[in-house]
Design a protein around this ligand. Structure first.
Ligand code: C2E
Ligand code: MG
Ligand code: MG
Length: 719
């Protein structure tokens, strides 16, 4: 056995080799974020670019490492084998990026990722060593070879763990986390390299046979070239990023135009062109504020047609629409230019008056409205030649200068109802005893309180779950939790009915807390059944106004049921998200820091400033049902939905379409690359057991899907 060389390294070059590897990893982690964008093509490009850059970096490290080795004879490397080692480095990087781009890191994913990365790093290193052809050949110390493989695998696992840990960090910390992950990853490669070198026994009398290939002294230039390529890629990255930014801005402008138009439409009743409830509420609020400040008087007249339903039922909807439009026209004829006339429900109109509104004047206005409506209505389609004779019940409420204006609508309406009960065709001023509607609300609030306390008299609260289906693969891994209340006397009461009552009567915090606790409990129960689910819950504006209590409750429940925060998403309606912008932003930031996902619900119904939306830490946007409904019939709706989807994608948000009811709507949405679909077409909200069965049925498909992911991974990585 010939005498073995004691290997000596140039320490400065060793450090350089380590820095090269760490730098390559840092760039690669940046790219791994981009592999996660929703646009499949872009993601693929980033994956390839990332693999090339990271692979080149790792490989460059290897050769810088070789350069650090001082050998007493002329050294060269076989060109083809060297190229092969580069390919191995790119392949291992492809695997690493694919694993890093996963949504979550399962233990199987971690094991598979670390093992294949370890194997890849070894393949790269020992192929690289094979490019150095010596006579006599290298004597390997197999124990150290095994040790080098272990180092590579363990450090790859550590880097993956750190990388996934990063996602939970607040943004300000993420950059530092990335640096740590890169340093560890660099250590994986360098540690492996030098352990591997220690395993190589080179005889003192060695002669290098591969000096005809890449010469050792040429390596400096080669490596400089590789590092340069890396830098270039980084540069290209940021360049493309800037382009994306510009594209985003353009989209923002076009969407801004669309939303302004939308906003106009959103405040108008489509049938009559009158103000809708939102606009009325807005004006009412302002008028009430003026009333409190300047003492300006304010009054509301609620106008309900008598016997409208029979007209609809017997003459048909066209007749009904005609009557409503004609009613609107007549009322409009009596309103002054600064009065607000609104339609709130089918045949519920409201006239808001500001200024001189004494009781006598109001009575006159009411009488004039009744007279105008009493004029016979000719030419109603479907109603024959006889003109229709209509009457109405009018309720009048005067603002007393205190409290919010909304109560006024309820009061005017109560007064109109009392006229209706008395036979209709007349008007009445609101009086305290007319609070029948108000009484109903008090009763419901009392029962809801009992239900929350688990008392028998309150009936039962439950969550039902509606799947969100991935539009491409049909995969289901998320559901929305929707609150249901089985009232002991009234039967099922819908959330749209009782949530506003809970908000008005101070019950929304306990109710919201119950929803959070119940969803966590259910997630844990599903986990026991082997069902991996994500749940979205709806948050009310008032919950966001108490951030400390909300955050604490989330923390307690997540800990109690050992739930990963990323499995929960909070849906916040757009109007809420836009309300009191800076406070909302701060609260959402805190929820995001817990790791919760955030989603903007009913998008398109509010007044979004997109610049603001961009500042929020949201990850999902749900297009309101009203746009989906019109998809097949309205080019406007299609254009708006397309703009929303493109903008959301440019901001890296996933888009969910809610209220998908027909195959036609689903097809349009898939065509526009909407990410997820939710609606009766796929499933109604279901109790948890039923949902579990439904999901199990769908699971075979999902397994097939994930198998194909691994197949693609293998093929792409060339393993
Ligand atoms: P949302 O968050 O926009 O929920 C979607 C609503 O659309 C649900 O009504 C759902 O049943 C209904 N929906 C789903 N697919 C379709 C479809 O294809 N066609 C039609 N026509 N409707 C569909 P739901 O359950 O009555 O809830 C109404 C609203 O009540 C929710 O609107 C949400 O804002 C609120 N809500 C529900 N649960 C909670 C809760 O736990 N907390 C709070 N704060 N609000 C809740
Ligand atoms: Mg929702
Ligand atoms: Mg919604």
């Amino acid at each position: 056995m010939p005498a073995v060389l004691a290997l000596r390294f140039d320490p400065a070059v060793v450090v350089l080799s380590y820095l090269t590897a760490a730098f390559a990893s840092f760039v690669a982690l940046d790219l791994a974020q981009r592999v996660r964008t929703p646009d499949a093509l872009v993601a693929r490009i980033w994956w390839i670019a990332g693999s090339l850059s990271m692979g080149t970096g790792i490989w460059a490290m290897h050769f810088v490492g070789m350069l650090a080795l001082k050998l007493p004879f002329l050294v060269g490397y076989d060109t083809a084998v060297t190229l092969l080692s580069w390919l191995a480095a790119v392949a291992v990087s492809a695997i690493a990026l694919r694993v890093a781009a996963q949504e979550t890191l399962t233990s199987a994913g971690l094991a598979l990722g670390a093992l294949s990365m370890g194997a890849g790093i070894c393949a790269m290193h020992y192929t690289g060593m094979a490019a150095l052809v010596l006579a006599p050949g290298i004597q390997w110390d197999w124990l150290l070879v095994a040790a080098s493989a272990t180092v590579a695998t363990a450090a790859a696992a550590a880097a993956l763990c750190i990388f996934f840990g990063l996602r939970r960090l607040p943004r300000a910390w993420a950059r530092w986390g990335q640096l740590v992950a890169a340093l560890v990853m660099g250590a994986a490669v360098a540690g492996m390299h030098y352990t591997g070198m220690a395993a190589a026994g080179i005889a003192e009398s060695s002669v290098c046979l591969s000096t005809a290939g890449l010469r050792g002294d040429n390596l400096g230039g080669l490596v400089a070239g590789a590092t340069f390529a890396l830098l270039l890629l980084t540069l290209v990255t940021s360049g493309l990023d800037a382009r994306g930014e510009r594209r985003t801005n353009r989209l923002q402008q076009s969407l801004h135009a669309a939303t302004t138009e939308l906003h106009e439409q959103a405040l108008r009743d489509a049938l009559t062109g009158l103000a809708n409830r939102q606009l009325l509420d807005d004006r009412l609020q302002h008028a009430a504020a003026r009333g409190q400040r300047d003492g300006v008087r304010l009054a509301l007249l609620a106008v309900n047609l008598d016997g409208f339903k029979p007209i609809n039922d017997s003459f048909g909807l066209t007749a009904g629409d005609h009557v409503l439009r004609e009613t609107a026209r007549r009322l409009q004829g009596l309103a002054r230019s600064h009065d607000t006339l609104a339609r709130l429900g089918a045949d519920e109109f409201v006239l808001m008056l500001e200024g001189e509104v004494g009781e006598t004047a109001l009575a006159q206005v009411a009488q004039r409205l009744l007279d105008a409506l009493a004029e016979p209505m000719a030419d109603v389609p479907g109603a024959g030649s006889q003109p229709l004779r209509l009457s109405a019940s009018v309720g009048i409420a005067l603002y007393d200068g205190a409290g919010p204006g909304e109560a006024l609508v309820a009061q005017a309406d109560s007064a109109a109802q009392s006229v209706k009960r008395a036979g209709g065709n007349g008007f009445a001023f609101f009086e305290a005893h007319m609070q029948a509607g108000v009484r109903e609300q008090v009763e419901l609030a009392r029962d809801l309180r009992a239900a929350l306390a688990g008392e028998a008299g309150g009936g039962r609260l439950a969550l039902h779950y509606q799947p969100k289906v991935a539009s491409e693969e049909g995969e289901v891994n998320g559901v929305e939790a929707l609150l249901r209340w089985q009232h002991p006397l009234r039967g099922a009461v819908g959330p749209a009915h009782f949530i506003p009552i809970a908000e008005r009567f101070g019950l929304i915090m306990p109710l919201g807390d119950w929803v959070i606790a119940e969803s966590c409990r259910q997630l844990a129960a599903w986990r026991e059944q082997g069902l991996q689910m994500r749940v979205a819950i709806n948050l009310s504006v008032q919950q966001l106004r108490q951030p400390d209590a909300l955050v604490r409750h989330f923390q307690t429940m997540l800990a109690r049921y050992r739930i990963d925060a990323r499995l929960l998403t909070c849906e916040i309606t757009e109007s809420v998200a836009m309300d009191d912008a800076s406070a909302t932003e701060r609260t959402l930031q805190r929820l995001a820091e817990l790791g919760l996902g955030l989603s903007i619900d009913d998008f398109g119904t509010g007044y979004s400033s997109l610049a603001y939306l961009r500042r929020l830490p949201v990850s999902q946007l749900k297009i309101d049902r009203s746009f989906i409904q019109d998809l097949e019939t309205s080019a406007d709706a299609r254009a708006i939905v397309k703009a929303v989807i493109e903008l959301a994608h440019a901001l890296s948000l996933t888009v969910v379409a809610e209220g998908v009811e027909t195959e036609g709507q689903a097809a349009v949405l898939r065509g526009k690359r909407c990410d997820k679909l939710q609606g009766f077409l796929f499933a109604r909200p279901m109790p948890p057991d039923e949902l579990a069965r439904w999901a199990m049925d769908a699971r075979d498909d999902r397994l097939r899907f994930s198998a194909s992911v691994y197949a693609a991974l293998d093929a792409g990585a060339g393993v």
